[in-house]
Design a protein around this ligand. Structure first.
Ligand code: DQQ
Length: 505
């Protein structure tokens, strides 16, 4: 556990006041990590949409210093807001932004911005050339559905490529690809990278390469030179406010991405990084540690009047390292190792046995945050409940129906976090083992329904099945980062929590 003052959110990045949403243009440059983010400098709501790019820097991805905004909506091509975008390094190492501007006519267009002084590791000032926008709104795209340029990459022909989200006037959503020689004039490819089918408009595309299965190294973009490599495509889906990713083959000669798994033309059937209130993730290649790091925005669970009164809204999740699992089928993730530097006082409980209905309290956790590691050993699997196919398809519903206090065959077992002494309020993270089709299935749930007695808070149960061979392993190792903090006025409490299961890889 680590101490903290009363208005920082410790594990979770946030500016001291006002509204933030999507992470934008994260990068590592000349020894400094940069995080830019959608920021309303005036109030704690997304509000009038006149968004800026907030900017903070860090040398360890843990301790952050705020700088002046990097982009403000002060030009004809972004007069109504500087929306999401990404950073790309030019061959000479200079970073450049591609971002969406809401122009003076309220059309969405893509702009570029360059550092005023690229020798400043803090990249304090950004210049927007007057030749913006570099990509105008296409005729067949809805005026407010053209946004979120990805990091650009160089294709086999030496030209720049970038992916941009677009909603067509015929109602379909897609991810378009543009190519450019000079990062200034861009031409649209006839074929999109991706069509979102029944998922509708998708946002914030992220396309990145991954190293061979099991290697924790990250990769930066590089021309394939004919070599096949695995890529990940991530989409943020507006209708569910959730992110989904899929592994696939990206062919940089054809600019096609072919998912490795059939998903019925609906990216909502892809994999998830997260369950819960998390959206608009963006990854970057961290050259200093040769890893790929993922940022995501965790939206508010309080209603708007509450966060307006509190004066700030939204946090970023902890930065996570992501890589391809050794079976090559999904990504694995873990909080970046730097998070462990926040561990101070160690308290623990060894060898405790928990029987049905039993509980062990971990006492002596000082401070306002805890990095909890727990290993559950499961002595027997007999008696695991049977699972039918419908239940298998809707784990979120199952987490709601079979909450932590509903007895089961194997489980529920897990953690109760931030429980009041009478247990009236608590948040549970728990597991249940089921049997389906001759195999064991492990369900992991986070249940927020009793996290507060207040009714006006978004507090659903959620979860999914975890890929563990429980028959072989007989143990589940869980890590949960919990932070708990008071608002400025000391009247409101906030809880942020994120859990990870160790892969038995
Ligand atoms: N947020 C930005 C958009 C993006 C959306 C605006 C996703 O660019 O599509 O704040 O949360």
């Amino acid at each position: 556990a680590a101490g903290q003052d009363d208005y920082r959110t410790s594990y979770h990045f946030r500016p001291t006041k006002n509204w933030q949403n999507d992470p934008n243009g994260p990068m590592y440059y000349k020894g400094v990590y940069h995080l830019f983010y959608q920021y309303n400098p005036y109030v704690a709501t997304w509000g009038n949409g006149n968004l800026s790019w907030g900017h903070s820097v860090s040398v360890d991805l843990i301790n952050w210093s705020a700088l002046e905004n990097a982009l403000d909506p002060d030009s004809p091509f972004d007069a109504n807001g500087c929306w999401s975008g990404s950073a790309t390094f030019l061959p000479d190492g200079t970073p450049v932004f591609l971002y969406t501007g809401i122009d003076a006519s309220n059309n969405q267009v893509q702009n570029v911005a360059f550092p005023k002084n690229a020798s400043d590791p803090l990249l304090r000032e950004w210049v927007k050339p007057t030749y913006n926008p570099v990509i105008a709104l296409p005729d067949d795209v809805v005026h407010d559905q053209f946004r979120d340029p990805s990091t650009a990459w160089i294709g086999h022909d030496g030209l720049w490529l970038v992916a941009v989200s677009a909603g067509f006037k015929d109602g379909t959503g897609s991810t378009l690809v543009y190519r450019s020689k000079d990062f200034r004039s861009w031409e649209r490819n006839a074929e999109p990278l991706y069509k979102s089918g029944s998922a509708g408009m998708v946002e914030c595309p992220d396309l990145f390469p991954v190293a061979e299965p099991g290697s924790e190294n990250g990769l930066d973009y590089a021309p394939s030179n004919g070599k096949e490599s695995w890529h990940v495509l991530k989409q943020s889906v507006m209708v569910t406010l959730s992110d989904y990713y899929v592994l696939g083959r990206y062919d940089d000669a054809e600019d096609t991405f072919t998912p490795a798994e059939e998903s019925g033309n609906d990216c909502r059937n892809w994999h998830r990084f997260d369950y819960g209130h998390v959206y608009a993730s963006k990854s970057f290649y961290d050259a200093s540690k040769k890893r790929r790091v993922l940022w995501s925005w965790a939206n508010e669970s309080d209603p708007e009047p509450v966060y307006i009164a509190r004066g700030w809204a939204g946090v970023q999740t902890v930065p996570r390292k992501i890589w391809l699992a050794s079976d090559g089928k999904q990504l694995l993730q873990w909080p970046i190792e730097e998070i462990e530097s926040l561990r101070k006082t160690r308290v623990g409980l060894l060898g405790a046995e928990v029987n049905a209905g039993g509980m062990n309290e971990i006492i002596g956790v000082p401070g306002m945050q805890a990095d909890v590691e727990v290993v559950f050993e499961i002595p027997a699997l007999d008696g695991a409940e049977n699972l039918d196919t419908n239940q298998l398809l809707d784990p979120q519903r199952l987490c709601g129906e079979k909450g932590a206090s509903v007895p089961g065959g194997v489980g529920p077992f897990g953690l109760l976090v931030l429980a009041s002494s009478d247990l009236q309020e608590h948040t549970s993270i728990f597991f249940r083992v089921f049997r389906h089709d001759g195999k064991y299935k492990v369900l992991m749930c986070t249940d927020l329904r009793r996290s507060t007695k207040r009714a006006d808070v978004y507090k659903p149960p959620y979860g999914g099945f975890v890929d563990i061979d429980i028959e072989k392993e007989r143990r589940i190792s869980l890590r949960t980062l919990v932070s708990f903090f008071l608002s400025h006025s000391h009247t409101m409490q906030q809880i942020r929590m994120t859990s990870f299961v160790h892969a038995t890889d």
